[in-house]
Design a protein around this ligand. Sequence first.
Ligand code: NAD
Length: 370
Amino acid sequence: MIIGIPKETLPGEARVAMVPEVAARLVNKGFSLQLESGAGLPAGYHDDDYVAAGVEIVDRRQALAAELVVKVRKPSAEEVGGMREGALYVGFVETCNESDQVLQAMFDRGIRPLAMERIPRISRAQSMDALSSQSNIAGYRAAIEAAARYGRFFPLMMTSAGSVKPARVVVLGAGVAGLQAIATAKRLGAEVYAYDIRPETREQIESLGARAIDLDLGEEGSGEGGYARELSDEAKARQQALLAEELARAHVIITTALIPCRPAPVLITESVVKRMREGSVIVDLAAANGGNCPLTEADKVVRKHGVILVGHTNYPSMMAGDASTFYANNIANLLGIMVEQGESGPRLKDLSEDEITRAALMTPAGDSRH
Ligand SMILES: NC(=O)c1ccc[n+]([C@@H]2O[C@H](COP(=O)([O-])OP(=O)(O)OC[C@H]3O[C@@H](n4cnc5c(N)ncnc54)[C@H](O)[C@@H]3O)[C@@H](O)[C@H]2O)c1
């Protein structure tokens, strides 16, 4: 089975879907890998490293024409045009809208998209869960970003030249990214507080040594599959008001509250930003979905009312070497359940048989499996 790995083309994307170390394992299992020349360079992997792992270096046209194409970011129209009819695509598809034109173009040409963001959040699928592997990196990098932008110390400092109190860091949203941001800010010595709408996160927050912020919203925030659900307008207003006091006292806020395919909830209002101390930092991981703070600007770092607002939208790409390794491992583990050994090497199984691949495989609306 031939796997093509084209170079990522979305602006600012430095990851690659396969790294030499993981490629070597797949080659050992009988896969043939064809990588577009230079695809690994932004993540720090040279063509020579891939060749040493048994990967063939090809041009873009050939990488896209493989029977199985693996990528990180959503495919472009050009990429779909270059893929062969009936091919399998494995990568993020990044659409909330099933009438998305690129997705339709894939269906029209019989290309089957297996969306990494649809891998179910079940124990057996943890090693294939790229949303988690990348969110974990985002949480770490967000805390580092906050510490670097904050013009003061995170830890308590007692020196002969004076003493400073630790930074007060508030993390909003204690999912995968939030928990890693909490752990990283704690390791840097900050005093960390965290809040999530799902009450079950309290124990996880406290197990990392942070303090959980309790708010009585008058309604349940837990939704399906471990995700948060959107609050009523009344509860949203109550949440903003109750959070305001905690947030105005924060020196750093790392906010990660996302609801899949919905605009990000506003948790930090402009009036809170105005009350924060000069030089405070807000790292808004929801910037791509409108931000948890309406003053955040996606892909920019801005200063408003004396507060630095960081709106980067692709933290994993800022740590492309490790992010690519985690992603490639997720892909290799997924391939492990997608194929069986045939006489001439690995061959694809019926993807509707396993609950993981069945959930990830996107089919046209109207298809009975949809
Ligand atoms: N294999 C597994 O079992 C597995 C793997 C990964 C994640 N999970 C679970 O999936 C769930 C989602 O994790 P995620 O990191 O993808 O979350 P996410 O990125 O969708 O959201 C981030 C966090 O923001 C919180 N949030 C949303 N709206 C909020 C609001 N208005 N105020 C405060 N917080 C708000 C959410 O509850 C969530 O914890 C979690 O329960 C996580 O433990 C399970």
